[in-house]
Ligand binder design. Sequence first.
Ligand code: HEM
Length: 151
Amino acid sequence: MYNVLPAISTSFILISGILVAIGWRLAVKRNLDAHKKVMIAGAVAALIFFIVYVSRTIFVGNTEWGGPEDLKTYYMIFLFFHITLATVAAVFGITTLTLAFRNSFEKHRKIGRITAVIWLCTAFTGALVYTLLYIMYPGGHTKPVLDILFG
Ligand code: HEM
């Protein structure tokens, strides 16, 4: 049951990435009502990912690298890169939404383009982390996140 959670949360990252790509296209085509709806749906999908991820971190723990030892350092660097991207994407996402709701559309448009690119990179690297951790190699033990990062 617990192993299903990462698959669920990764699906939500992918769904939110696809929605942001569609939403961007809609904005370029000036279909702005649809843009708004699709981007809000993308933000909700990202929020669901975050809630599932945080709950799992608290109640179950995170999964250690289970692949070859010599790849572990590369995996850890890639994981940090992904976590950093995700954090930046969240800050930019909230800023972009706030600008839209305040009708600052000129700034929204400029920052929105950066947000969409970072968001898409986050979804892509997130799916890669999942593939490396669960599909290419069997996942290792599950431990609380602080033990994994510093233990
Ligand atoms: C995090 C979610 C969102 C992202 C990443 C985003 C991204 C973007 C991007 C990239 C553009 C410019 C498209 C281009 O010309 O290349 C844009 C334009 C626009 N967006 Fe969003 N958007 C988001 C949410 C929203 C929401 C919730 C609203 C409405 C309340 C909205 C309203 C608009 C409008 C009106 C424009 C046209 C601005 C102009 O051309 O002056 N967006 N958005």
